[in-house]
Design a protein around this ligand. Structure first.
Ligand code: PMM
Length: 289
């Protein structure tokens, strides 16, 4: 999944793709480089970000969604608003990526259910204005699984087909660096939320996030800039896909696509080598796409 942030203030690429023509050209380039999905968003969720009026969000995303869909790209609309999702779907988007998992706008699951499209349900504890206040966990894996399980039950009750749901641990959203690393090391469990016996596909969106820059800090303690953390993103992509992630959401396609291919091949071989004698499915083989 390639990212097109049509925003003035996103963390790593704010302002770069605010002009619709540039955003469209960028989306087409990501697709031509091998991204299967182009994720178009018009509202920054960087820590401290304030909400943008819906008119601004629509103004930013609609020309881009429309042009990319018309060009044949598989477009995902990254929004927390049902109205934006609905208009984007009508313009040809084929997937909804909702970082709030249906919490920000109670109408969202109904819109997704009516459209019958894939729906990314991310773990979220509130808007980005207070990103780290709610980043308090006793057991981050158990709590994220429990909260994702509650969101799943709610969106399925609103009519969303469970087969259309993709789960996302929400790296950086109400999570400190240590929480992100723990969640990444337990990806399989994230795909099996509390109360569910099946494995859901998992999306990992670590690209250029602050916890990578923090890990790569220099001897002076200053975090590595996002622009110099693409190699770390690629390493993380390989590990996440080898651990069973269904999709990675990234800003740069080429190295990440190679990492996906290598990890997928690696995983195929490991699955063959490690298939239990009783033939029972291994984690992630059951439901991931
Ligand atoms: N993160 C951002 C935006 N959209 N969508 C999903 N599903 N998961 C995420 O973690 C996520 C997202 C913010 O990152 P950016 O500003 O680098 O796009």
């Amino acid at each position: 999944m390639g990212v097109v942030n049509v925003t003035p203030d996103s963390f790593s690429d704010g302002g770069t793709w605010l002009d619709p023509d540039k955003a469209i050209a960028h989306g087409l380039e990501l697709a031509s480089l091998g991204a299967d999905i182009i994720d178009v968003g018009g509202e920054s969720t960087r820590p401290g970000a304030q909400r943008v009026p819906i008119e601004d969000e629509l103004h930013r995303v609609m020309p881009v969604v429309t042009a990319l869909a018309q060009a044949g790209s598989y477009v995902s609309i990254d929004t927390m608003r049902a109205e934006v999702a609905s208009r984007a779907l009508a313009a040809g988007a084929r997937m909804v990526n909702d970082v709030s998992g249906g919490l920000a706008d109670r109408e969202m699951p109904g819109v997704v259910a009516a459209a019958g499209v894939p729906y990314v349900v991310m773990h979220w504890r509130g808007h980005s204005a207070d990103m780290y206040g709610p980043a308090v966990y006793t057991d981050v894996v158990a709590e994220v699984r429990a909260e994702l399980g509650r969101r799943l039950r709610a969106v399925v009750a609103a009519g969303v087909d469970p087969d259309n749901i993709i789960l996302d641990p929400g790296l950086g959203f109400a999570k400190l660096a240590e929480h992100n690393w723990t969640l990444l090391a337990h990806l399989g469990e994230i795909g099996r939320p509390e109360g569910y016996d099946r494995q859901f596909p998992v999306l990992v969106a670590a690209s250029r996030k602050g916890f990578l820059g923090k890990l790569l800090a220099g001897s002076d303690g200053r975090p590595r800039s996002f622009a110099r953390s693409d190699d770390a993103t690629i390493a993380l992509t390989a590990l996440a896909v080898a651990a069973g992630a269904w999709c990675v959401r990234v800003h740069m396609v080429p190295g990440n696509l190679d990492a996906v291919r290598v990890a997928t091949r690696w995983r195929q071989e490991s699955a063959t080598a490690l298939t239990p004698a009783d033939g029972s499915p291994r984690p992630f083989e059951a439901g991931a796409g």
